[in-house]
Design a protein around this ligand. Structure first.
Ligand SMILES: [Zn+2]
Length: 281
């Protein structure tokens, strides 16, 4: 397994009290469950061949994982960890910071979350960052899906907003996280149109009915070859995610509903997100 969606952050140092307050209120988060030390990340990824590790620059919701911190961890095992830097693309200096993170720190990808960073994905000020990423072959992991922090505008979280970004930057590789939940159908029709748009299946199996509908929608629209395996650790482990995926049809017992084919499930587990995103040949 290669996990395309994992977090590394310390509660207190990187994840602040405002974010934790929303997380506690909406889904009962605890500091211990959310806190991901380097040792805990390494242990949780023991069953994977490699993982994408995401930075997070979102002071708007009280979460900042510095690119230097991420890079220091990834440097310890360059073949295992692929770090995605994070910048707020509408802030002054964002392009310089991305260039530094890419060229000097060696971080191969970029993590964005417009709803966490409080900007519209089509904000013109973000274009230089998109253009640089497109020209340099830097893939973007973007959280275009719902979320829980009180300060996150959901109007910036809609998957359809990536349609126009992809039309303007057609060579830019973008992963829309979490099949755009709960706007899965919008995510599916968007990634279907654009050769360089993908999605990951992370953090969805805990809602079995939505998860089934998301995957069967992907089957019906023919986009399962664009789904990447990811856990969203610490929200789930890779093993929990794999068993949730293999168990997606369990709720169908006694019904005539269509099954997500086993071949589709095994193909998601076998697919190499690093190769899909051009991070290795
Ligand atoms: Zn995540």
């Amino acid at each position: 397994m290669i996990d395309c969606h994992t977090h590394l952050w310390r509660v207190g140092e990187h994840v602040g009290p405002r974010f934790m307050e929303s997380a506690r209120r909406c889904w009962g988060a605890t500091d211990a469950a959310m806190d991901v030390s380097p040792d805990r990340h390494t242990a949780a990824m023991a069953g994977t061949e490699a993982a994408i590790v995401l930075g997070f620059h979102a002071p708007h919701v009280d979460v900042v994982v510095p690119n230097d911190y991420l890079a220091a961890y990834c440097r310890q095992a360059p073949k295992r960890w692929y770090g995605f830097a994070s910048v707020n693309p509408v802030e002054a200096g964002a392009l310089d910071e991305l260039r530094r993170a890419h060229e000097e720190l060696g971080l191969p990808g970029l993590k964005l979350g417009p709803t966490y960073q409080n900007y519209h994905p089509m904000d013109r000020r973000a274009f230089p960052v998109y253009a640089y990423a497109e020209a340099q072959g830097i893939p973007i992991m973007i959280h275009q899906a719902t979320t829980f922090p009180r300060e996150s505008p959901l109007q910036f979280a809609l998957p359809l907003q990536l349609d126009e970004v992809a039309m303007r930057f057609p060579e830019l590789k973008i992963v829309l996280a979490h099949i755009g939940h709960p706007w899965e159908a919008d995510c599916v029709v968007t990634i279907r149109k654009h050769p360089n748009l993908f999605s990951d299946i992370s953090a969805l199996h805990g809602r079995p009915w939505r998860y089934y509908q998301a995957l069967i929608t992907c089957v019906e629209y023919g986009v399962t070859d664009k789904l990447l395996f990811g856990s969203d650790f610490p929200f789930y482990t890779p093993e929990q995610t794999a068993s949730g995926l293999r168990g997606v049809n369990r709720i169908l017992e006694g019904t005539a509903l269509p099954r997500v084919p086993d071949t589709v499930i095994e193909a998601i587990l076998a697919r190499d997100p690093l190769r899909v995103l051009g991070l290795r040949v």
